[in-house]
Design a protein around this ligand. Sequence first.
Ligand code: DSN
Length: 416
Amino acid sequence: MSFIQEGISLVAQTDPEVAQSIQRELDRQKGNIELIASENIVSPAVLAAMGTVLTNKYAEGYSGRRYYGGCEYVDEVETLAIERAKKLFGAEHANVQPHSGAQANLAAYMAVIDPGDKVFGLSLAAGGHLTHGAPANASGKLYDFTQYGTDPVTGLIDYDFLAEKVAEEKPKLVVAGASAYPRIIDFERIGRIAHDNGALFMVDMAHIAGLVASGDHPSPVPYADIVTTTTHKTLRGPRGGMILCRSEFAKKIDHAIFPGTQGGPLEHVIAGKAVCFLEALSDDFREYQHRIVRNSKALADALLEKGFSLVTGGTDNHMSLIDLRPMGVTGIDMQHRLDSVRITANKNAVPNDPQKASVTSGLRVGTPAVTTRGFNEDDMREVAELIYLTASRYDEKKNEIIERVKALCDAHPIYE
Ligand code: DSN
């Protein structure tokens, strides 16, 4: 796409070193099979919206109530983003200013609980997120988190354990949502557990936001008091965050973002979010999300046929979590091998992983990005074969795998 190349040329006129790195990254994205479940390939319109003069504008506050003059046009953009987000997810209130999912989560906690309050969150080891109470994260340091997990045999969220513990410990807030969980999450059930015990219910739907928008995953919005998300995963928007909530929490959420945890909003990114939400309201987008899930299931089935072991035995969503132990290779070694054949994925802990976090026994693979570039179910079977060869006959087959990756990428170009 010539405007992308023109942008890099413009950077090169001032800064050839940075331009060269951007060019290399563009080439990497074009020539690699992207299987990181949290990544995607945005549309030219989303990309272009982010590279605009909106980056020049300070706009602390909210539309119509800013701390600076000259905000009439960024007000228009932010209002469009808010209205589209509300329509897309059927939400009563939306705040589109969070710079990231982590910022969204921190602000959500700050809005409804106090430091030291008791909270429940899915543990990182069971597929949860750092910001759901991991000891190293501010969430784990500021709040008294109890981490719930998954059943060691099935790999599924242990709802009975959660119900028992919530009844016993009476937390102020229950958090659901995951970064490495390949199955449908029963938000209705967790919401009932929380509300029956006097707790608020928050869902971080970052990974599955696109699937929620299309109906491929049940929506948490009817059951949760607050829903946070990123906008760049299955939703295929710019890198950033968002908070949806019931009207009764709107003021507290807005206050917790600004002035609570952030200063000036990134209006150029908010413009990208507005464009993304418009795209997500289309039939094409809904069909794209259906294809993500079909591709994910095709990949999972093909991996199982090749003898891989999958946590929970398969997938309902956009990702699978491979337990590599039967293949005799660690997560980090597999990630490095895949990098060398131009397949990008990430090592990931599996439940009760005997390896440390920097090594792991698992690999997480997702289909949002490859589906964007047009891979179909046959292509996913070929990808499964390439992952299998990389795990089992790497030295002997490396060059052949590289050729086959190139053939797939050439057949499905991006940003041409
Ligand atoms: N880093 C994201 C992921 O890969 O799932 C979560 O924030």
